[in-house]
Write a protein that binds this ligand. Sequence first.
Ligand SMILES: Cc1cc2nc3c(=O)[nH]c(=O)nc-3n(C[C@H](O)[C@H](O)[C@H](O)COP(=O)(O)O)c2cc1C
Length: 461
Amino acid sequence: MAKQILFNVFEMSSAMHNSHGLWKHPANERTRRYKDLDYWTELALLLERGRFDALFLADVIGVYDVYQKSKDASIRDAVQVPLNDPAFAIPAMASVTEHLSFALTVSTTYEHPYAHARRMSTLDHLTKGRFAWNVVTSYLPSAARNFGLNEMIKHDDRYELADEFLDVSYKLWEASWEEGAVVNDRENKVFADPAKVHEINHEGRFFRVPGPHLSEPSPQRTPVIYQAGSSPKGKEFAAKHAECLFVGGPTPEHTKQSIQEVKRLAESYGRNPDDIKAFTFLNVVVAETTEEAEAKFEEYKRLWSGEAAKAQYGGSSGYDLSEYTDLDAVFEYKHTEHGQSRAASLTKDNPKKLTVREVLESFDTLKRRFAIVGNPQQVADGIQAYFEATGVDGFNLTHMITPGSLVDFVDLVVPELQKRGIYKTEYAPGTYREKLFGQGKRHLQKGHPGAKYRHAEKSTV
Ligand SMILES: Cc1cc2nc3c(=O)[nH]c(=O)nc-3n(C[C@H](O)[C@H](O)[C@H](O)COP(=O)(O)O)c2cc1C
């Protein structure tokens, strides 16, 4: 059987995600409905009809206010603000679906691992093990200020903190409650056996957590771990912790190299590189005919907002594009404490040096390279070519408008991919980890740093 492509939908609990300016499109329901539970449950049903693996929920903690040193461009154009907490809709979506999984973004910089671990266990319980955590370290200075810091914790230090945060989390999820601790024995009046519920006694550089964990073990114990940073420090972190890797890059070749690098590093940590699935972005504009798809793309192009795109880039990279006035100068890499792979993608990772003019123009218009545009066969050809060129396992499908872009994908592209034998027609049973890695693999794989804390694992070493 041909390798099957995994598909997530990339979403955010906000009036707009990454389709800058398209909140203005009259058919973009999210603009007004993202606050309604019905929007999310209808979306979940649509995605399950399309056999999507997961809904991936991005999140940031803060307003984008680096561009023009102001929040105005972001607020005016709904650049990931207003933004609700994405977690609350998950149980409602889980209740109307059977197989769709949910990947939730939570920052290790602005949470505490003890409370966070309980929230993740709760969501794993309520979804019956269809749950993943996208670990991010955050890049917005406004978040730091709102958490009482004068400036952001430095980029590499955020990863150090995240590493210990995960260590505490694994101890709570894997080591605190033994299998069989909950006996629910009415006759002997024992709900849970205290001898099988352990303190974790974590004492580290950033956290002191004695435990025990508040929740009983959830179906997967540790949720499936996603991570999306790809700076050198980010890759190291991914190689150690990630089971799903979200990679972007200026070219398919660059994306391929990043995946291979993380897999090689994972091996050096004693992990099996096949225990990591890699995903990249995908955006599609599809219609029954090429002409209709092109017409839609032109319509989206007219509504595009360059100001919004620059505001988002400012926060995620730390580069304020309003300061770049010499249009013929080369757009050079400079170190920032924001997201470093984002900064590198237009500078040192780009195959050719760009001028300031070229960079500004790339934000000002919706470029063809951001989307595969065409009829269902053309789009499927594009997806297949990209899949083969990058060596990814799947895609996080973003959208121009919702639910319209996703309805088009489900109705037009999914049947074409299924006909080609590269997309499932039925879901596999089990938890999210089992659906990704195979039946019986509902817990962290051997070699993963969290697996060593499991009692069953400890007794066999
Ligand atoms: C595809 C993708 C999705 C991301 N989603 C989020 C997100 O939802 N929230 C967030 O704070 N950061 C997000 N990030 C940022 C990364 O998690 C990371 O913080 C950022 O890339 C900086 O890390 P780096 O310097 O190692 O690249 C995303 C990055 C990528 C590439």
